[in-house]
Design a protein around this ligand. Structure first.
Ligand code: 9WN
Length: 459
């Protein structure tokens, strides 16, 4: 494979993966936080930072804590953790939409006043990372344990406020499912999950804009299309009209979708939050509330189960129907955990089937982001088909929690094998293993560090 893609730096032998991954995070590091990629993403991204902290917890606990502290310092008054915190020192014209286009601090009194952030959020992986910081400190020298405990104490209220925001402002129906206002909030931007809701949009008078993302990739087909960008930017204009006010958005916004992947991550993060609550001695009321969110989340996810596709589906609140497309988000029940034996069997069958990791044409048995059996599948286009190491991490970790160590071990072996061949790319072509997108993607390196450090039996 190295010969096939000589321009990429492969991660070398297995024993070299660890130092090379740590090197990627070091090079992408800026002051107290880490860029998701050297040039394509020059700001701080929310769920990237959570994954980065998870990996850093194994190599540099202080940086792991700083990573999350700097993100949480930009939390909105509502509890929302913004999806982007803008880096004032990023080169001009390096990323669009920029802070000016979002204009969030001018439009909303809830936005932080001393910095610039986007007006959206992303999946809540953060509590899982905070728990990892605790786990990697436990049993070490007393001073380090104490530092970790202080970190948990300081950040528990922020995490609690963040999860409460998702359970209330983003779920006024009390369905257990998180509503998103924009595909960027899902973290799986151009996934066909969002096609029906995006296609239904009537685009109005869109202020002109220039995309800068395309200058950082070798081929524009790796990234979302211009048609998709117009829709993304139009939704942004609509959110600005509502001054990012949750109630107004819920009233008027045309894109309101219950995202099963974010909802499942919230359930798993709430499990972590219960443990953190115990460590910091939070009240029993808090614990009961969080446990209630876990139960409600699992129930909501189960209600989105499609018995024919044997996967979970997102639900479009405006259209009043689910989006019937097979993507990795469909494995939400596995990520949320607490499955019945029957549901676990169903999910594993789908995972092993030709619709996903059992597809005979795959370079490695790793699940493509969109099923190759879907019409919307595209092997090179971002979330429409490529294999994402960060998604493999979610499934690997969930398989361990589900008591499936053999399957988890295979997922880990194949993921690390992929990076050994192709380097720490953002995503990979599923049939050839070609690395795509950004070459030194931070979260790819971070999940490799976590997979290498954590025994499959105890994640
Ligand atoms: C928009 C940073 C982010 C990830 C997302 C991924 C991509 C941004 C973009 O990059 O999204 O937020 O410009 O495409 O889809 O999951 O957090 O790595």
């Amino acid at each position: 494979m190295e010969e096939q893609f000589p321009e990429r730096q492969a991660a070398g032998g297995l024993d070299r993966v660890n130092p090379l991954a740590a090197g990627v995070l070091r090079r992408n590091g800026i002051k107290s936080w880490t860029k998701p990629a050297p040039t394509l993403y020059p700001h701080q991204w929310s769920w990237d930072s959570a994954f980065i902290a998870l990996g850093l917890a194994h190599v540099d606990n202080r940086r792991a804590r700083d990573e999350l502290e700097s993100l949480f310092a930009n939390q909105w008054a509502t509890g929302k953790v913004p999806h982007i915190v803008f880096n004032p020192e990023a080169p001009p014209k390096s990323y669009f939409p920029d802070a000016e286009r979002w204009n969030s601090s001018a439009l909303s009194a809830d936005a932080p006043s001393g910095s610039h952030t986007s007006g959206l959020c992303q999946p809540p992986v953060h509590a899982i990372a905070v728990r990892r910081i605790w786990e990697t400190s436990r049993g070490k020298e007393e001073e380090r344990v104490e530092r970790a405990r202080r970190f948990l104490k300081a950040n528990y209220p922020r995490l609690f406020a963040w999860h409460r925001y998702l359970a209330t402002a983003r779920d006024p129906e009390g369905s257990g499912l998180v509503t998103i206002y924009h595909p960027w909030e899902s973290g799986t931007d151009n996934s066909p999950r969002w096609d029906p809701a995006l296609e239904a949009l009537q685009i109005g008078d869109l202020p002109p804009y220039t995309r800068y993302d395309l200058q950082h990739v070798t081929d524009p087909s790796h990234r979302p299309s211009d048609e998709e960008y117009d829709r993304y930017l139009w939704l942004l204009e609509l959110l600005k009209r509502e001054r990012y006010d949750e109630a107004e958005i819920y009233e008027a916004h045309p894109f309101l979708v219950k995202d099963v992947l974010s909802s499942a991550i919230l359930v798993a993060a709430n499990e972590a939050l219960v443990e953190i609550a115990r460590v910091v001695g939070a009240s029993e009321e808090d614990v009961a509330l969080i446990e209630g969110w876990i139960g409600r989340g699992r129930k909501g996810i189960e209600e989105q189960w499609d018995p024919h596709l044997k996967l979970c589906l997102d639900y479009d609140l405006r259209a009043g129907e689910p989006a019937r497309v097979r993507t990795i988000a469909g494995f939400a029940p596995l990520i949320a955990g607490g499955l019945t034996d029957e549901r676990l069997k169903d999910v594993l069958k789908t995972l092993d089937s030709p619709a996903f990791a059992g597809n005979p044409k795959l370079h490695r048995p790793l699940p493509p982001s969109t099923s190759p059996e879907e019409e919307a599948f595209h092997p090179r286009s971002y979330w429409r088909g490529p294999v994402w190491p960060v998604a493999n991490w979610l499934l690997w970790w969930s398989l361990i929690r589900a008591g499936e160590p053999a399957r988890a071990a295979q997922m880990r072996r194949e993921t690390i094998g992929q990076l050994t061949e192709g380097g720490f790319a953002e995503y990979f072509e599923p049939f050839t293993g070609e690395p795509l997108g950004s070459h030194e993607q931070s979260w790819t390196a971070a999940v490799a560090l976590d997979m290498l450090a954590v025994e499959s039996r105890s994640a």
